[in-house]
Every structure is written in structure tokens, then in C-alpha cells.
Ligand binder design. Structure first.
Ligand code: ATP
Length: 257
């Protein structure tokens, strides 16, 4: 089990992640949902070791991950929000590189890289440079790379961005399958409909604080609302979007300055 315990990050005197605690259980896809700027990526950066927390800790199976980064990273598969890839490598070369860095045996590297490329419909493009790939293809390469070493913890930051409908459906089935195998999966998104379809449990964050942590079903029951979108707008203060849209349209009018 992955556990966040009182995780906090201050920038200057401002807590952008404020006492965040929740668990990611094996066999479940846990959604981490919040609007832009709510603190999702900052939380993920603390889990993956890219940022040091101001307070709190992250535990994997009861052990503070900062006491054994190497052991933790061996168990982690991470799909970052921004695709940072060696774009001059081909898809196959990239997966080989990742497999070797992950310490897989050469035969395993070849087998898994080719199998994943095939299953993600990238095999025909395996000898093309990643720089020539579309956004959706890059995303599928990133997901393949995260799966190469068969991690038991997966952290996926907006993994569907740029993916077409078929790839997205395949990905949803894949998450179900990986959860059934007992993996821990944390799925970060600001897209409500996606989280609702993909996750059993959802943690909602707003302005750095947890607003809700429950199963999608229970949240619906509690709030007597049918969709996560309605629940979300109940939980977090919504700006008057129409008024903001009107203001934007007004400020760009000629003759205002
Ligand atoms: N290095 C930094 N210095 C100061 N403030 C920061 C820094 N990084 C992030 N923030 C602020 O922290 C808050 C949370 O940002 P974060 O990127 O975690 O949000 P998010 O939920 O991931 O948003 P998005 O959905 O847009 O990716 C934002 O208000 C952001 O401006």
C-alpha cells in the first residue's frame, strides 16, 4: 500500500499542498482529481522524489520511501504529465534504453519492448524517430516505458492527453487488468469524466487541501448526484464561468487602452 501522510509543500509562505493524506490500495485505481493549479503535480513530484516535502512523508508498505529511493524506484512506474523523451531515438531504441536502465536481461528487454510496441499499435513505427511521432504515439511510448519492468506501483499523470478514442479505451481496459493483478495505481487528472470511468476511488483536491476521499459510488450516494462533475461542483467553489468569459471577451476589445 502507498500512503501519503500529512504531505505538505510550501512555496514562500503559501501551502500549495496542505496536509494531504490518503492511501493507494493494491487492486484499485485511485483517482487524484482537482482543477488546474490545485496541487496535483506538486503532490506527484513529492511522491516521485523530484521535490522534497516541507512536511509529511510517503510510505510504501509502511516504510518511508525516502529511506530507500533505489528500492522505491524499482517498484515505481511513472508516466509524467510532460513527455520528456529522447526524441532522436526510435521507439524501439527508447524502450531498449529504459529496459536496460531498469536492469532487465537482454532477452527480456527485446521481448517486452517488441510486445508492448505491438500491443500499443506502434510496431510499424518502431524504427522511426520519436520526434516524428504524434502526441498520442509519444504518450503510448511513455506508458510502455513505465510498464517495461512490471512495476507494482503505477503513477499516471494525465496519461490520456493526446490519445485517440481507441487507444484511450484500450488503456482503460489495461488499467482494469493491472488492478486485477493487484497493482497500486494512482491516476491523476483534471478531467472528471475520465476519472469517473477509470477509477473506483477518488481523492478530490482543491487549493492544496483534500475535499473528499471516497468511492465514486459512495460519493454519488452521499451527494444524491449522478455524476462526479456534479459532486465536484458541489464540493469546490465554482467561479462564475460565464462572467469570466464575458470579461475576457471585453478586455480584448479595441479601444480599451
Ligand atoms: N516552483 C513553484 N514556485 C511557486 N509556486 C509554485 C511552483 N510550482 C507550483 N506552484 C504553484 O502551486 C500550485 C499548485 O500547482 P500544481 O502544478 O501542483 O497544480 P496542478 O493541480 O498539478 O495543476 P495542473 O492541472 O494545471 O497541472 C499552483 O498555484 C502553482 O502556481
Amino acid at each position: 500500500m502507498l500512503e501519503l501522510a500529512g504531505l505538505t509543500k510550501y512555496y514562500r509562505n503559501n501551502a500549495v499542498v496542505d496536509d494531504v493524506s490518503f492511501q493507494v490500495l493494491p487492486g484499485e485505481v485511485t483517482g487524484y482529481l482537482g482543477p488546474n493549479g490545485s496541487g496535483k503535480s506538486t503532490t506527484v513530484k513529492m511522491i516521485t522524489g523530484l521535490l522534497a516535502p516541507s512536511a509529511g512523508k510517503v510510505l510504501l508498505d509502511g516504510r518511508d520511501i525516502s529511506t530507500d529511493w533505489t528500492g522505491f524506484k524499482r517498484r515505481l512506474g511513472y508516466v509524467p504529465e510532460e513527455a520528456i523523451l529522447y526524441s532522436y531515438l526510435t521507439g524501439l531504441e527508447y524502450l531498449r534504453l529504459i529496459g536496460r536502465l531498469r536492469g532487465l536481461r537482454e532477452r527480456e528487454v527485446e521481448q517486452r519492448a517488441n510486445d508492448l510496441l505491438e500491443l500499443f499499435s506502434l510496431h510499424a513505427f518502431r524504427h522511426g524517430a520519436i520526434s516524428t511521432y504524434s502526441k498520442g504515439m509519444r504518450q503510448r511510448i511513455l506508458i510502455s516505458a513505465a510498464l517495461m519492468h512490471n512495476p507494482d506501483l503505477l503513477i499516471l499523470d494525465e496519461p490520456l492527453s493526446g490519445m485517440d478514442v481507441t487507444s484511450a479505451q484500450l488503456f482503460k481496459h489495461l488499467l482494469d487488468e493491472l488492478a486485477r493483478q493487484g497493482k497500486m495505481i494512482l491516476y491523476i487528472s483534471h478531467v472528471l469524466e475520465v476519472v469517473e470511468r477509470v477509477c473506483e476511488r477518488v481523492v478530490i483536491i482543491y487549493k492544496g487541501r483534500i475535499m473528499a476521499n471516497d468511492s465514486v459510488e459512495r460519493l454519488r450516494d452521499l451527494m444524491h448526484l449522478s455524476s462526479l462533475e456534479q459532486i465536484f461542483s458541489e464540493l469546490v467553489e465554482q467561479r462564475d464561468l460565464q462572467a469570466v468569459a464575458r470579461d475576457i471577451a471585453t478586455v480584448i476589445q479595441p479601444g480599451r487602452v
